[in-house]
Ligand binder design. Structure first.
Ligand SMILES: [Fe+2]
Ligand SMILES: [Fe+2]
Length: 378
């Protein structure tokens, strides 16, 4: 069997954790009104209209039709959002370098008072919601593509409901940013690289793997974490609604790919493992918030190293993979290619990224109903 690709081939650098290389990725999308990406895929008609040939997908489709909500009227937009208070609540009133186990002397952070600290918290909110909004647009475009490219009628039906869901998600994140927060950020370079990779791959299952399994798996975990931590009632409500849809979307990916991957050859599965790893690294890199430090006038490299060291951030970064890893396991991607005494390649890579411990967490193919709006979320 041919060897796996090198890191250089997969992620344009020699080591996954090479911080200088991560930060040197330029963002060519700043200041653009639009970007064109060729999607290179065939559009597929099917003449087999048998609804319910794939019962799991049919059930999701029926569920989606009765789970629609209206971002304009179901969320309480009259709630006032005090960004400053949120920043102070989340990060404390002043920098506490001791608690972060960081010595700021000799860096511009040494001069930070509560004013800069609070502004940093505000920028973080603007940045993080902006990236979610851009990611939601990625989901909108990818799912529209799936409607065209997937061969099964049950999947085309379901994907069409997801297109509507994603339009609503872009809409509510954009409205929240515009009316409750205080500024947009352009898309993060690593997130855009990932979305470009997903969109430009001509194979329909790669759209699912990149979007439904990796990007949306991460979003579901991130939204869950923020939903639990935030005290801002409008954002809490917004995330609760969005998560009820996202859990279905991830389940859509798991159910569709489970069937398809069972038929693929070893080398074909290996390509999917590599794609999943590349996506995982890009997503980890996209969470370093380098643009926030830049806007605050702080040398990015030092500041990002600081964030990477903080135990809280490490926990958050790992939790982001709590859906992805069990879902990859369910799809057979973790252990495919394992030989006597040699673990599967993706298992090894997820081990290196420090996220393999989630492999036995519940997969989203099973748990999506517990996220429904009328269910009591665990
Ligand atoms: Fe979404
Ligand atoms: Fe989604």
């Amino acid at each position: 069997m041919p060897e796996y690709s090198t890191y250089q081939e997969l992620i344009d650098r020699d080591g996954a954790n090479d911080l200088d290389a991560i930060l040197s990725v330029a963002n060519p999308y700043v200041g653009q009104q639009e970007t064109v990406v060729a999607d290179g895929a065939d559009t597929m008609f099917t003449w087999d209209y048998e609804k319910g040939a794939r019962p799991g997908l049919n059930k999701l489709y029926e569920k989606a039709k009765t789970s629609q909500w209206n971002g304009q009227t179901d969320l309480d937009w009259s709630i006032e959002v005090d960004q400053e208070a949120i920043a102070v609540f989340a990060n404390g009133a002043e920098p506490n370098w001791d608690a972060m186990d960081f010595d700021p002397s000799g860096t511009p952070l040494a001069k930070w008072t509560s004013k800069e600290w609070t502004q940093w918290g505000i920028e973080q909110q603007n940045w993080s919601l902006s990236q979610f909004m851009h990611g939601e647009q990625g989901a909108l475009l990818c799912t529209a593509k799936i409607v065209e490219t997937v061969p099964w009628i049950d999947a085309k039906y379901y994907a069409s409901t997801q297109v509507m869901d994603e339009a609503r998600h872009v809409e509510v994140f954009a409205k929240y940013l515009d009316t409750k927060l205080s500024g947009h950020y352009p898309i993060n370079a690593h997130l855009k690289l990932l979305l470009d990779d997903i969109v430009s791959d001509s194979r329909w299952d790669m759209t699912y793997l990149g979007m439904q399994i990796m990007v949306e798996g991460l979003a579901l975990a991130a939204f869950g974490f923020i939903h639990m931590m935030t005290t801002e009632p409008l954002l809490k409500q917004l995330l609760r609604y969005v998560m009820s849809d996202e859990a279905r979307h991830v389940a859509f990916g798991v159910l569709s790919l489970k069937e398809y991957y069972a038929e693929l050859s070893g080398p074909e599965i290996r390509e999917r493992q590599e794609f999943a790893f590349e996506a995982a690294v890009r997503m980890r890199d996209r969470f370093l918030q380098q643009e926030v430090w830049d806007r605050m006038g702080v040398p990015v490299s030092e500041a990002v190293s600081l964030v990477m060291m903080s135990p809280e951030q490490q926990m958050f970064q790992q939790l982001l993979f709590s859906k992805i890893v069990p879902n990859c396991k369910k799809l057979g991607l973790l252990d495919a290619g394992a030989t006597n005494g040699q673990p599967g390649w993706l298992r090894q890579k997820f081990g290196e990224l420090g996220v393999i411990q989630f492999e036995d967490w519940v997969d989203t193919g099973e748990e999506y109903e517990s996220f429904a709006l009328d269910a009591e979320m665990a």
